[in-house]
Design a protein around this ligand. Structure first.
Ligand code: PGA
Length: 248
């Protein structure tokens, strides 16, 4: 089985001291011998995190990337080239909170994916349906329409994270059957519609915790996890990474 990828998404949490303490705790633990691990820290702390992670196997990720690629008059934006320069290996793209609060849609997300790939930062495209869409039986159509931008890309160097919106930060986890069904559907869609699809990794996200990580990560076609709340606690995150390590 290929190495799993576990990315902690800190969202809009931590301060200079608490972020440093979290990274120091992760670096000091045996997490560095575990599968591929990344932390998506707030933009303002990326440089500090890169410094703390020097010599560590833990990769740095941003939580977003600009849809503009050329330097210039885009106040408040952070380009893919800047993220690369700051030490990011990954960039989250299209997290459901960005889609919900910043109205990010496929056009902007396609630009973000393109710029990240061109800059050498691996984008992690987040997809997932709302509870209403799930209950209406439309979840596959919704996810496929979010994946559609992948057929526009010529390179296959990206990761997908399936995160049902109703499972994010709610404590509600998709059942293993639901996860297996949609992960297999995503991979099949990619095989038919996207380039370099045999390499594509599909992570699961949504209330992943130390207690449920092993069974989720052992589910077919789950190549890792995107972890929100539980990634803010070094012990919980370490246990999730260890669960992934056992499955390699
Ligand atoms: P959660 O968040 O683990 O707190 O549910 C996951 C995410 O939003 O990436």
């Amino acid at each position: 089985m290929a190495d799993k990828l576990i990315i902690g998404n800190w969202k809009m949490n931590t301060r200079r001291d608490s972020g440093k303490a979290l990274i120091d705790a992760l670096s000091a633990s045996d997490i560095t011998n575990q599968p591929w691990v990344g932390v998506a820290v707030p933009t303002v702390y990326l440089a500090q995190a890169a410094e703390c992670l020097k010599g560590s196997r833990i990769a740095l990720s941003s939580q977003d990337v600009s849809r503009f690629d050329k330097d210039g008059a885009f106040t408040g934006e952070v380009s893919a080239a800047m993220l690369k320069d700051a030490g990011c290996a990954y960039a989250l793209v299209g997290h459901s909170e960005r889609r919900q609060y910043f109205a990010e849609g496929n056009d902007a997300l396609l630009s973000k994916m393109r710029h990240a790939i061109a800059a050498g930062v691996t984008p992690v495209l987040c997809v997932g349906e709302t509870l209403e869409e799930r209950e209406a039986g439309r979840y596959l159509d919704v996810v496929f329409s979010q994946l559609a931008i992948l057929s526009e890309l010529t390179a296959g160097d990206y990761v997908i994270a399936y995160e049902p919106v109703w499972a994010i930060g709610t404590g509600k986890v998709a059942s293993l059957e639901q996860i297996a069904e949609i992960h297999s559907a995503i991979k099949n869609w990619c095989l038919q519609n996207a380039k370099a699809s045999d390499k594509i990794r599909v992570l699961y996200g949504g209330s992943v915790k130390a207690e449920n990580a092993e069974s989720i990560l052992a589910t077919e076609n789950v190549d890792g996890a995107l972890v929100g709340g539980a990634s803010l606690d070094a012990d919980s995150f370490r246990m999730i990474c260890q669960a992934a390590g056992k499955l390699i």
